[in-house]
Ligand binder design. Structure first.
Ligand code: GLA
Length: 719
């Protein structure tokens, strides 16, 4: 619920576990609390403590802002920490002075042109800078069911002169502590999202992307945790941007006893011109508080994204169980090879065949064809229709790969429109995977993409699309923008991307879209607004996947992770892991197969129906359940995930041994989140144990028998 206490001038956003509070103080907004639920008491005594430091050092009232906890810090009048908003007037003035004007409580509004969560209650606070003619609408949204609070703002030029935005972050708040750790997710291609924890020191710590995508290097997620916080205990604050372009998230420890945390669109090379009457809307930031450790933070993010972000129609729906031909054939396929895969998949439980890269233009390797979204009938005689028909005859649905944002220099599209590719005047553009990126800031480019992709979708029976994006953007420049607006490029690219996603994805609601960017290079909440799931990584080796899926789960639900069984030795790591392990790890997400089913050894093909049945038995837990991470593959000899149904009647546990240790010590594996009084039955053995026993004594697997990368699974149901 969101309330305003007129006496203390305090706003409260709260549910039964959490309070977010700030007040109107001297016409600015002072942050009071984001943490465990507290009473509606007068928190003026906090201000007194801060004020004494201020008075002693700086008697000038204008310098006090540096000691205040501010919801909307700006630069210019004595707050020397990282601002949330910076702008320059036509006259060159950088001094911003925003004061509270009004507020109202409304149903959560959509953010123009941007993906955002839905279904919450929003406090809109209007702040005005009368000297410079700027109005800021601050949005604070509460999702009371999960306890997540989100923030965004709209900055309007209500004066008559040009304003240049130099920084427009989505949120900022000052936590009353200076002894926190930061947890972030770093990575690389095929090795995405490894958690990293570091103590914050005095000064500024940050993560960012300058790639015009959220990137596999650093994800737009950060958690701050008390030093003693663990997976199951302690206080943790999580922050995630619903955004897919260059970003920055930071934590600053000044010498006032606070930690300021904030971020949003990256200010690197950012400059956005607001003419009189124009406005800029920031992406949304999602903020989560947990007093039960990192695991609970993750569960709040997962619930929030499943309930309020991922397309409603698909969020909890059974996902297509696909076979994808990429690792089976790469570019080397023809109609008969595809028929063989389709035929071999029929009757196994696999329900969708996805044709990956190479079906269009002239594309027999990655040097040509991108941009020419016309079926290559030389390679596929008769076009897509015979393949789609074959799928339907065998009881399968059909999916197709696109990389809509790209163009190869060797393509008809590039020959016709070389200016559509992003390039900067006079520079030879860098090629990444032999391709360029199309300039989505231009409406004509977007219209072309929407037209040609729609044409394929509307003239064929396509149930599924894999939307790929395989390089970073360089030579950042647009011929469609005047010189003084080039600083708008990175955000305008995101707006262009969201525009084509809105038209193509939301415009074809019956088609299921999966996101991808060389695997997980754009695995973010912005894309999840359009794509219910994202190809988590190009690395399909089960041991690597346990790390990648673990890290990804810090912020994103299992149902958002597309995870496939592939062959061994792994094409990426050359490692061999047991077939059962590959299936068990791939079942901890939206599962499928990434191999040539037509050439699988007979005994492996014969196991697919049982693997699919195992998956269906746990699928509801993957789509809707609570995740408990029992062991991390980075620091333990094991990886272990436990999935529990919301009503606690069902639980699934997957344990993977990393490297076998001879004559190793016994392992006790206490479960979490069960009903202590209930009796649970092991569905495989019939053994019955109480929830309390499972949670305190735990499982005691015979790990002595487990070889490298072996898995064990357990499934219990409440009797
Ligand atoms: C990217 C994707 C792969 C595959 C290839 C096709 O690398 O992540 O899954 O689709 O492109 O070129």
């Amino acid at each position: 619920m969101i309330t305003f206490d007129r006496n203390s001038q305090t706003f409260y956003l709260e549910n039964d576990r959490m309070t977010y509070a700030f007040d109107i103080f001297d016409e600015s907004l002072e942050h009071l609390w984001f943490g465990a639920k507290i009473g509606h008491d007068d928190l003026n005594y906090l201000r007194g403590v801060r004020g004494s430091g201020c008075d002693a050092q700086q008697p000038d009232k204008k310098l006090c802002p540096n000691f205040l906890a501010n919801e909307l810090p700006v630069y210019g009048q004595g707050d020397f920490r990282e601002p949330m908003l910076t702008y320059r007037t036509e006259g060159g003035d950088l001094c911003a002075e925003l004061h509270y004007t009004s507020h109202r409580i409304i149903a959560q509004p959509a953010l123009p042109g941007l993906p955002s969560t839905r279904g919450g209650e929003t406090l809109e606070v209007t702040m005005n800078d009368d000297i410079n003619g700027v109005e800021v609408l601050l949005y604070f949204t509460l999702h009371a069911d999960t306890g997540a609070v989100t923030r965004a703002c709209r900055i309007r030029n209500v004066g008559s002169h040009t304003i240049r935005l130099l920084r427009a972050h989505s949120f900022s708040l000052d936590l009353p502590r200076n002894d926190l750790d930061a947890i972030s997710l770093y990575g690389a291609w095929a090795n995405e999202r490894t958690p990293e924890r570091t103590p914050l020191h005095h000064g500024v710590w940050s993560v960012d992307s300058k790639r015009v995508s959220s990137s596999s290097q650093l994800n737009p997620f950060v958690a701050l945790a008390t030093r003693e916080a663990t997976e199951t205990s302690g206080e943790v604050w999580g922050f995630n941007l619903v955004y897919s372009s260059s970003f920055r998230l930071f934590a600053e420890v000044p010498t006032t006893g606070h930690t300021r945390v904030g971020g949003g669109v990256s200010e690197f090379c950012f400059e956005w011109i607001l003419e009189s009457g124009e406005e800029f809307c920031t992406p949304e930031a999602v903020m989560v508080y947990s007093d039960r450790g990192i695991g609970e933070m993750s569960r709040i993010f997962h619930d929030t994204y499943r309930e309020h972000l991922i397309p409603e129609r698909y969020a909890k729906a059974k996902r297509p169980l696909v076979v994808n031909n990429w690792e089976a054939t790469y570019f080397d396929f023809d109609r008969d090879k595809l028929f063989a895969i389709i035929d071999a998949s029929a009757g196994t439980g696999i329900d969708t065949f996805v044709l990956d890269d190479g079906w269009f233009g002239v594309r027999n390797d990655d040097h040509s064809g991108l941009g020419d979204w016309f079926v290559n009938t030389e390679k596929l005689q008769g076009g897509l229709k015979p393949i789609i028909d074959r799928c339907h005859e065998r009881g399968l649905k059909f999916g197709l790969w696109f990389e809509p944002e790209m163009v190869n220099p060797d393509s008809d599209l590039y020959r016709a429109h070389p200016d559509w590719a992003i390039h900067s005047p006079g520079h030879v553009p860098a090629e990444g995977r032999n391709q360029y990126v199309l300039d989505l800031t231009r409406a004509d480019v977007r219209d072309y993409i929407v037209r040609v992709v729609s044409d394929i979708l509307e003239n064929h029976e396509i149930d599924y699309v894999k939307w790929d994006y395989n390089r970073n953007i360089t030579e950042v420049f647009s011929e469609g923008l005047p010189a003084e607006r080039q600083g708008e490029f990175a955000h305008r690219y995101a707006l262009g991307l969201y525009d084509i996603c809105r038209r193509l994805v939301l415009g074809h609601p019956d088609v299921f879209f999966e996101g991808c960017a060389s695997g997980g290079a754009r695995f973010d909440a912005g894309m999840l607004y359009y794509f219910p799931q994202i190809w988590t990584s190009d690395d399909t080796d089960a041991a690597m996947r346990s790390r990648i899926q673990y890290g990804t789960s810090l912020c994103y639900p299992l149902s958002a992770m597309s995870c496939h069984v592939s062959v061994c030795p792994s094409h990426q790591t050359k490692r061999t892991t047991p077939y059962k392990t590959r299936a068990d790890i791939a079942h901890l997400g939206a599962t499928g197969y990434e191999l040539d089913v037509s050439r699988l050894p007979a005994e492996e093909l014969a196991q697919i129906p049982a693997q699919v049945a195992d998956y269906h038995a746990m699928e509801k837990l993957v789509l809707e359940g609570d995740l408990y991470r029992l062991a991390a593959p980075f620091d333990a000899g094991y990886f272990c995930f436990e999935l529990v149904s919301k009503d606690r009647s069902e639980v699934h546990v997957t344990l993977m041994r990393l490297l076998k240790i001879f004559n190793c010590e016994a392992l006790y594996l206490p479960l979490q989140g069960l009903d202590p009084d209930a009796l649970y039955e092991n569905t495989a053995t019939g053994e019955r144990l109480h929830g309390s026993t499972l949670m305190h004594v735990g499982l005691n697997p015979a790990i002595g028998n487990m070889r490298d990368f072996d898995t064990l699974t357990w499934h219990f149901k409440r009797v």
